[in-house]
Ligand binder design. Structure first.
Ligand SMILES: Cc1cc2nc3c(=O)[nH]c(=O)nc-3n(C[C@H](O)[C@H](O)[C@H](O)COP(=O)(O)O)c2cc1C
Length: 411
C-alpha cells in the first residue's frame, strides 16, 4: 500500500476526470495513469490528439477507462451536435499527460484545431498540465514562455517534468512525472485545501544511537505514520517540512525532508523549524537512551565489551513544551498496555494539544510500527477522549487526526 492509499480510500469516488493524451513518447505512461485513477474510484474519460494515437492505441485507453475514447472534433457519436464545446464540461478535473511542446504552444495561444483544445477553451474546470519532452526542447525559451503564460492563469497548474533518462538517450529535465505523483497532485487539486497557507512540521521514523559505527540502539518504527501525516497535510494544501529518521520506507516525494539520525539531532531540527510553523505533528519514535560511549571504530568480538552503560536522551516532547512557539502540537503515544490511561498522563505531562494513542507490540499487527494501517484514540489536552479512530490506511487515520486538529486550531 502506498502512503497516499488512493485505492483503499477511493479518493476519486463520484469524480469525473478527463485525461488528455498528446503525442509524446511518454504517452505509454498515460495507460498506467488511467488505470490508477480508475482503481481509485474515478469515472475516467480520455481524449487523445491524432499524434497521441501513433504512440498508444485508443483501444488500450478505452479498455482501461471503461469509456469510449474521443479523438476528433468531427466525431460526434450522435450525442450532441456541439460535442466539441459541451463534452467535458461536467468533468471535475482535466489532466493532460503527457503535454507536448506543440500542445502547450497551441493552448497558450488559444488555438482550437483539436478536440482537446476545444474542450479546454470552452470550459472552466481545473487543468493539470504534465509537460514531457526532450531536455533542449523543455529549456527552449519559446516553450518556457508558453508554460509561464499558462501557469499565470489560476486554472492551469503545471507539474514540472522531472530530471532523468529521456527517451532520446540523455539525462536531463523533461521526463513526465510518475503517474503516482500525478494522481497525488490531482487529489490535492480536488480536495478542500483547509491547510492552505499553513506551515506544518512533521517528525517521523526512529532514531539511532550508535555503540560503534556498525551497531546501534533503535526501534522498529518505519516512519509510515509520520509520512502519511506529511502527505495528508500536503494534500490539504499545507506547506510541509518533514523531519525523518533512518528508515527504508521512502518519504513522500512532495514535501521537503530533513534527514536526522539521533534523538539529539531530531530535537535540534525541531527547534530550528518550529518557530515558523503553525502545526507540529510528532510521530517520530525517538530512542530514550544512548550509550555513554560511542566508539569510533567497530568493536571486535573479543574486545571484552559485555555491558553497555546508557544515559538518558533529551525528552523531545517535553523540550518542545519549553520552547517559544505558537504551533498547535499533536503527539503520539505507542503503548502495549493501559493505552488510554498512559496517553492521558502523557498529554498532560507534556502539554500537548492533542494526542493519538495506538496499540503496538505482538498483539497489534495491524496497528503496530511496521503496519500500513492504524487505529486508535484521539485525546485532548484535558485528557478527554475525543474519538476512537477505526482501522484504516495510515493516511486515512492521518486525515481524521487533521480534521480534529484543524477544528481546534480554528476555534
Ligand atoms: C518518436 C517521437 C517522439 C516524440 N516525443 C515527443 C515528446 O516526448 N514531447 C514532445 O513535446 N514532442 C514529441 N514529439 C513530437 C510531437 O509528436 C509532435 O510535435 C506532434 O505534432 C505533437 O502533436 P500533438 O501536440 O497534437 O499531440 C515526438 C515525435 C516523435 C516522432
Amino acid at each position: 500500500m502506498s502512503i497516499s492509499a488512493h485505492d483503499e480510500r477511493q479518493t476519486f469516488k463520484g469524480r469525473r476526470i478527463l485525461v488528455g493524451v498528446t503525442g509524446g513518447i511518454a504517452a505509454y505512461k498515460s495507460a498506467e495513469l488511467v488505470r490508477m485513477l480508475q482503481k481509485a474510484g474515478a469515472d475516467v474519460h480520455v481524449c487523445m490528439t491524432e499524434a497521441a494515437t501513433k504512440f498508444i492505441t485508443p483501444l488500450t485507453l478505452e479498455t482501461l477507462s471503461g469509456n469510449p475514447v474521443r479523438q476528433n472534433i468531427w466525431d460526434l457519436r450522435g450525442d450532441s451536435s456541439i460535442a466539441h464545446t459541451e463534452w467535458g464540461r461536467d468533468m471535475d478535473a482535466v489532466i493532460v499527460a503527457p503535454a507536448t511542446a506543440d500542445f502547450l504552444g497551441r493552448l497558450a495561444n488559444g488555438l482550437a484545431d483539436q478536440l482537446l483544445l476545444n474542450v479546454l477553451l470552452a470550459s472552466r474546470m481545473p487543468v493539470l498540465l504534465c509537460p514531457s519532452m526532450n531536455d533542449l526542447m523543455w529549456a527552449n525559451p519559446l516553450v518556457q514562455q508558453n508554460v509561464e503564460r499558462l501557469a499565470e492563469l489560476d486554472r492551469f497548474r503545471v507539474l514540472s517534468p522531472g530530471v532523468g533518462w529521456l527517451a532520446c538517450g540523455v539525462v536531463g529535465a523533461g521526463r513526465m512525472p510518475d503517474p503516482a505523483d500525478i494522481v497525488d497532485a490531482v487529489a490535492r487539486q480536488l480536495r478542500d485545501n483547509d491547510l492552505e497557507g499553513q506551515r506544518v512540521l512533521v517528525t517521523a521514523g526512529p532514531t539511532r544511537e550508535h555503540f560503534d559505527p556498525v551497531r546501534f540502539l533503535s526501534n522498529p518504527s518505519t516512519g509510515r505514520m509520520g509520512f502519511a501525516l506529511a502527505y495528508a497535510a500536503w494534500e490539504r494544501g499545507a506547506e510541509v517540512t518533514l523531519i525523518a529518521g533512518p528508515t527504508s520506507v521512502p518519504a513522500p516525494t512532495h514535501v521537503e525532508t530533513r534527514h536526522i539520525g539521533t534523538t539529539e539531532e531530531l530535537l535540534r531540527a525541531v527547534s530550528e523549524e518550529l518557530p515558523r510553523c503553525n502545526l507540529l505533528l510528532m510521530a517520530a519514535a525517538p530512542v530514550d537512551f544512548r550509550p555513554e560511549v560511542s566508539h569510533e571504530h567497530k568493536q571486535k568480538k573479543g574486545s571484552g565489551m559485555s555491558a553497555v552503560a546508557l544515559q538518558p536522551n533529551p525528552d523531545v516532547l517535553k523540550a518542545v513544551a519549553e520552547l517559544e512557539h505558537s504551533a498547535f502540537v499533536v503527539g503520539f503515544a505507542a503503548e502495549t498496555q493501559e493505552f488510554e490511561r498512559n496517553a492521558v498522563q502523557k498529554v498532560r505531562r507534556k502539554q500537548m494539544d492533542l494526542i493519538f494513542v495506538n496499540r503496538v507490540g505482538a498483539q497489534a499487527a495491524s496497528t503496530g510500527f511496521s503496519s500500513t494501517t492504524n487505529a486508535g484514540a484521539i485525546i485532548d489536552s484535558d485528557g478527554r477522549l475525543i474519538r476512537q479512530v477505526e482501522l484504516g490506511p495510515k493516511v486515512a487515520v492521518a486525515h481524521t487526526l487533521l480534521d480534529e486538529a484543524i477544528r481546534r486550531m480554528n476555534r
